[in-house]
Structures are given as C-alpha cells and as structure tokens.
Design a protein around this ligand. Structure first.
Ligand code: PEP
Length: 253
C-alpha cells in the first residue's frame, strides 16, 4: 500500500518564537497517523534541528528541508548540502518547488542532480511538478508535466524511483485560494501515474505516492484526498495554522 502523506511547507515564514509555538501545538495535536499515513513538516533551515527535537516523540511525523544543493560540499556559500541534512537526521527534502523554479531559476536538469544526491544520502525527495496558468489554458499541461518528470526523474532505476514522492502543484493554485477541482487533480494524478507506468510498469507506478498541492485547506482536503490517485497533499498557507493542518492530516485516506 502506498503511503498517504500530509506535508506542510512553511515556506519563508515564522520567527523562532512563532516556530516554537507552531511546533509545540503540532506536537500536542491529536492526529491520526500510522506507518502508511504520515505527516511531513518542511520548515525553514534554521528550525530543522528544533523541529526534529520537538517532534521526535511524535510517531509517523517527519521533518523535511525545503531545499538542498546538488553538490556534496564545498565552496557554495549560502547553500545547504544533503550531507548536512543527513547528519542532523532530516528524512525528507522538497525538490523543485515552483517558487524555487521561478525565483531561483532551477531547471529540470539541476533538479535531476538534486534528486540524485538526496537519494544517495537516503533522504526522500518530494519532487514538485506542475504547470502555470498559460499552459493549463493552452491545454498542454500533460506534456509540460510529463517533460518535468522525464527530465528530472526518468533517469532513475525503478528501485530509486520508488523512494521518491511526487507532488503535483499547479502554479495557478498555489497561494491563490484557487484550488484545482478534485476532478482536475485526479485527472493529472492519473496522467502522472500512467506516465510512471509506461516507463517503469504499473506495480512501480502504483507504489508511488503522488500528493496534490495548491490551496489545500481543512475544508477541501477530504474531497481531494478521496480521489483514487491523490495520496495526500503538500500544504503551504494552511500549514501555518496548527488546527487547520491537523484537520488536513486527519482527512488523509
Ligand atoms: C505550497 O507551498 O506548496 C502550496 C501548495 O501553497 P498553498 O497551500 O498556500 O497554495
């Protein structure tokens, strides 16, 4: 059975005091998680160790970095390596969030290198993909997302691919309050799974968690997550509120 995952992306938000408060609320929250129904919290880099300390007793809740660099170590001022993430026990890393692609010019080929190095250090990549509004309006979203998968993931072996989580996040739905309908989400997730199946076979494709991201809230999570190919969500804004995010975790299949 593939994992159902409620992942939080705090983005560049929270002071230390706010982070402590949010983490302590999450640590105390009554959440319905199991080995196959988990939560992942992607916090800003300065709070990774704090988050791990505060959530260490929370079974099936993991901490993620929001980014990493593609090189092992060296003269790359300002970057965070996966070797560092591994050394502090980080389990997951977001790779290729649309904000990184847009503001930091991350390309599919750079993201392929980041996926490779994360896997090399046993950190699970949550690989983000998704189209902008003009691509959706031109009805070329499948080709666009297909290319993102092909250029960043399809060099992996089946064994490696099975260690990756995919997050489909239509850019027009991120932070806009405009959620994709559950039909639109299901349609794209089914397309992604079919592309994985065409390359790796259906048993590999069926084992991969595909999360939906884009204005997921407590009020729409259950309907989105009920779709057969939607295995949870990657949540920005609503993850900054512990009660809202708890409701999203508890809406997992
Ligand atoms: C995100 O940051 O990945 C995201 C989906 O943001 P939001 O939930 O705010 O749309």
């Amino acid at each position: 059975m593939r994992k159902q995952i409620a992942a939080a992306n705090w983005k560049m938000n929270c002071t230390l005091t706010q982070a402590e408060e949010l983490l302590s609320k999450l640590a105390a929250a009554e959440i319905n998680v199991t080995e196959n129904r988990i939560s992942v919290i992607a916090v800003p880099a300065p709070y990774l160790i704090l988050a791990q300390q505060q959530l260490v007793h929370k079974a099936n809740v993991f901490v993620a970095a929001q980014n990493c660099y593609s090189k092992k170590s060296g003269a790359y001022t300002g970057e965070t390596s996966v070797e560092m993430l591994q050394s502090i026990g980080t389990a997951y890393v977001l790779i290729g969030h649309s904000e990184r692609r847009e503001y930091f010019h991350e390309t599919n080929s750079l993201l392929a290198d980041k996926v490779n190095i994360a896997l090399e250090y046993n950190i699970t990549p949550i690989f983000c993909c998704g189209e902008a509004l003009d691509i959706r309006e031109a009805n070329t979203q499948n080709e666009f997302v297909g290319r993102q998968l092909e250029e960043s993931l399809f060099h992996l072996t089946a064994e490696q691919l099975q260690k990756v989580v995919i997050a489909y996040e239509p850019i027009w739905a991120i932070g806009t309050g405009k959620t994709a309908s559950s039909e639109q989400a299901q349609e794209m997730h089914a397309y992604i799974r079919s592309a994985l199946a065409a390359k790796y076979g259906s048993s590999v494709a069926d084992s991969i968690s595909i999360l939906y991201g884009g204005s997921v809230k407590g009020s729409n999570a259950a309907e989105l997550f009920a779709q057969p190919d939607v295995d949870g969500g990657l949540v920005g804004g609503a993850s900054l509120n512990a009660e809202e995010f708890t409701a999203i975790i508890n809406a997992l299949k």
